[in-house]
Write a protein that binds this ligand. Structure first.
Ligand SMILES: [Zn+2]
Length: 308
C-alpha cells in the first residue's frame, strides 16, 4: 500500500509508533494540549521524549491524556505521562470496571504476558458524547469488538476518525473467539458497519500511518470478519500469533527450549489450546514458531526466537 502524505489540520500531530506501542495523537490548542493513547510501558521513556520535543509540547504542560481503549499497548504509558505532566486521564466508560479491578484477562495483562503501570483515571468518556480537544469537536462512538469498551473519536468537520484498534489500514486488533467471549465477533461486525455509515476522509489508526483509502480498509475488515465468522479456529490461531509476536517485541528474544513451558503457563495459550488445538505444549510451541517464521515475524538464532 503506497502512502501519499496525508494532510491533517495543523493542530493534529501523529506520532506513528510500532506494534508494541500504539500511536500517540497529539491535539494542540491554546486551551491545553491533549494526547490520545500512551503506548506500551516498556516504551514510556520514548513516549515522554517524543511528547517533549519542541514541535510537540515543548516545555508546556499536557492538559489531558485520553485512551481509545485500555489494552496494554495503549495505556501502558498512562502512569508515566501522568507522573511527568500531572494531567488528568480520561478513559472510556466501558473500561472503568476493568481498570478499577485491574482485570488481568480483558485488559490483556498477565493473561497475555503483558504489562502496564497501574494508573488512576480522572474522567469517564461516554459513548455518544462530544468533546473538544485541539479546538476540534470529537464525537466519542462506541466501537466494541477487539475491545468491548473501546471508543473511536470522529471529527465531522474534517471527517477524521481516530480509530484505535477498531480499524487499521489492513485489518483490526485481534478479536476473542466466541468460545471466550460470544459478544466480540458480532460486535466487530456491527462496529465495521457503523464505521461504514460515517463519512470519513482520513483514519488515524492505533497502529500504522494515517490513511485515506477508507473504503478499501473497510472492505478488508469486512472480508476478514466474514472469514473469522466462518471459522473460529482461524480467529484463535490469529490471536495466538499476534500475542506471541507482541511478547517477542516486548522481551526482544524468547528461549526456544522454554517455549513449551511458556505456552502451558500463560493463560491465553493455555485456554486456547484447551478449547481449540488440544496439542501437547511442545507441539503448540513448535507450530507457533513455524507460523511466526512463515509470516516473516521471527527467526531462530542459537536457541532463541528473535524478531525478524
Ligand atoms: Zn487493543
Amino acid at each position: 500500500m503506497s502512502h501519499q502524505p496525508i494532510a491533517l489540520p495543523p493542530q493534529i500531530h501523529v506520532f506513528v509508533r510500532d506494534w508494541l506501542s500504539s500511536n500517540n495523537v497529539l491535539l494542540k490548542s491554546d486551551d491545553g494540549d491533549v494526547v490520545i493513547d500512551s503506548g506500551y510501558v516498556a516504551h514510556a521513556p520514548l513516549t515522554l521524549s517524543l511528547l517533549s520535543t519542541p514541535q510537540a509540547l515543548g516545555s508546556g504542560p499536557l492538559a489531558k491524556l485520553v485512551n481509545t481503549h485500555c489494552h496494554s499497548d495503549h495505556m501502558g504509558g498512562n502512569a508515566a505521562i501522568k507522573a511527568r505532566h500531572g494531567c488528568p486521564i480520561a478513559v472510556p466508560e466501558g473500561e472503568v470496571p476493568l481498570i478499577d479491578a485491574w482485570e488481568q484477562q480483558t485488559l490483556l495483562l498477565a493473561y497475555a504476558d503483558q504489562r502496564a503501570d497501574r494508573f488512576h483515571y480522572d474522567e469517564i468518556l461516554k459513548p455518544g458524547a462530544s468533546y473538544v480537544w485541539g479546538d476540534l469537536e470529537w464525537q466519542a462512538l462506541a466501537a466494541p469488538g477487539h475491545d468491548m469498551g473501546a471508543l473511536v473519536f470522529y471529527n465531522p468537520e474534517h471527517r477524521i476518525l481516530v480509530s484505535g484498534d477498531a480499524l487499521w489500514e489492513n485489518g483490526y486488533g485481534f478479536v476473542m473467539p466466541p468460545e471466550i467471549d460470544f459478544r466480540a465477533l458480532p460486535a466487530t461486525r456491527a462496529t465495521i458497519e457503523m464505521l461504514a455509515s460515517l463519512d470519513i476522509r482520513i483514519v488515524i489508526p492505533g497502529h500504522g500511518e494515517p490513511f485515506s483509502d477508507v473504503s478499501a480498509a473497510l472492505e478488508r475488515a469486512h472480508s476478514r470478519t466474514s472469514a473469522f465468522e466462518a471459522d473460529s479456529h482461524r480467529l484463535a490461531r490469529h490471536a495466538l500469533k499476534v500475542v506471541l509476536s507482541f511478547a517477542l517485541l516486548d522481551k526482544r528474544r524468547l528461549a526456544l527450549p522454554e517455549l513449551p513451558d511458556y505456552v502451558a503457563r500463560i493463560g491465553i495459550y493455555r485456554d486456547f489450546n484447551r478449547l481449540f488445538f488440544r496439542l501437547p505444549p511442545v507441539e503448540l510451541a513448535r507450530w507457533l514458531v513455524a507460523e511466526l517464521e512463515r509470516a516473516g515475524a521471527a527467526r531462530r538464532a542459537e536457541g532463541w526466537l528473535v524478531p525478524a
